[in-house]
Ligand binder design. Sequence first.
Ligand SMILES: [Zn+2]
Length: 584
Amino acid sequence: MKKVLSIALAVLGLMSCKNSEQQVKEEVQEYLTPFELGNGNQTATYQETIEFYERLVDDFPNVEMDHVGQTDNGEPLHLISFSKQEIKWNKANEDRIKILINNGIHPGESDGIDASMILMRDLATGKLEAPDNLILSVIPVYNIGGALNRNSTTRTNQNGPEAYGFRGNARNYDLNRDFIKADSRNALAFYDIFHKVKPDIFIDNHVSNGADYQYTLTHLFTQHNKLGGAAGTYLHHNLQPALEKRLADRGLPITPYVNVHGAAPEKGFSQFMDHPRYSTGYTSLWNVMGMMVETHMLKAYEDRVKGTHAIMEEIITLGSTNTEAIKEARKASFDRLEKANYYPIKYTNDKSQADTLDFMGYEAVNSKSDLTDQELLTYDRNKPFTRKTVYHNYFKAADSVRIPDYYVVPRGQWEIIELMRHNHIQMELLPSDSTMMVSGYKIVSYDTSSKPYEGHYPHYDIELDEQEFELRFRESDVMIPTRQPGIRYILETLEPLAEDSYFKWNYFDTVLQQKEGFSAYVFESTAQKLLDDHPALQKKFDSLKQALPNFAKSNAAQLDWIHKHSPNYESAHLTYPIYKYQRP
Ligand SMILES: [Zn+2]
């Protein structure tokens, strides 16, 4: 209403004495955030945040709000978007830079919640000159359940704000590990938002833990080699250095996320590897230039919020002035994958290369703890320094897979098919029952975490045996062509050895368990007949008995071995139930 009133007054000439700068100033005063109204150490509650955006949406035609999906808490996710021109979501908007900002995935790390409210208000009121080609979309609070779980204690080491939300969501998931396994409804709603906005740049706002140093701001860009192609090159050689320079010019030095725990950073450190379970790891599957902002936990809340605001402001400027180059780099990355034969599924730090940082740290002090009597690493803030520091930020592929033309997913794997659909993966249904030559994996061995991790007991150290065979598929089994924009998502989830594969996340555990067995006294005669009819098998059996004394002594082990080599043994056991098909 305010906006309408001021336009009406302006038309009547009642406000002609005021310049537009003054108008903007007054308008901004009408929309101050709880952070601005407080003592610099307060963050908006979830309700205050949504109400604030509702007012902006009501009063400014350039701001719109969507309610998307559901979260574990039962509330929908909100998506606030700003653009000077009308946004046609079903169109690609490919002439405009699209930036998506996520806040409050860890609601205790609230800096971005407040900074985004100010940013959106400043764009709406014109306090911040908005580029004509900008579409800015903001998720005000991603972890709504966590935000409602407000407290003043769970960020044990953090210097403000006075009260904030909790890291776990309504079901105690860490949502920044959930972008592939998608246990939460929040993740499903995020997929909807992500594929609606189709961002070029993604920012996820956080606060760091760990070492002490001089910086308020750190950036955690998605790993550039893993992003790969022209997009990875652009991120590494253009976007990151340009952002660093622009912030330094504003007196806001920034450093790469200090990925060090329990050691002095200036001894050198490696870049954080953001696998697809993390927000930026997920967005990089669509060649998006992603970054997490990590402000430093011990710096004043006011400075952290202002710094987060400054980063987003500079990313808007960089994005809107380099739109063509960013779009071209992303397109080249998509095109490259379209033609690639192999896809890397595992990375290792490439120690043969490194960048050097002029790292602004504090002198590390190894003292003795009065409490524990043991050694304790602390930092002396009276001894700041700038030191050349090795930064291992290059990774190389350690394993890769040949990209098949199709993955074939039997329709019984509906959970996988639904996840594919949520991720806008194009699929084809088999028109009729058909026998196809496919390749598939036998699971030779694997290990399983003995401790729960984010609601799972993930598998690791997996060994596979790939075989080709003919298999009968049924009508409406699903063929997933790999040559599509979501190719990386398909490979990262369906290849069991990929870092965040569905297999590792326990989606196929039912094939790890044998369903049918036998009674020894009944099977013994069948087993004897099998050996009699197959001399080669008998020979192998005899040699095993000779080589393995325990085997020779165990009735159960011997009969089990023969059963596993008999037609009675179920084919589903240890068979990965997704297949690969290559066009002839
Ligand atoms: Zn965080």
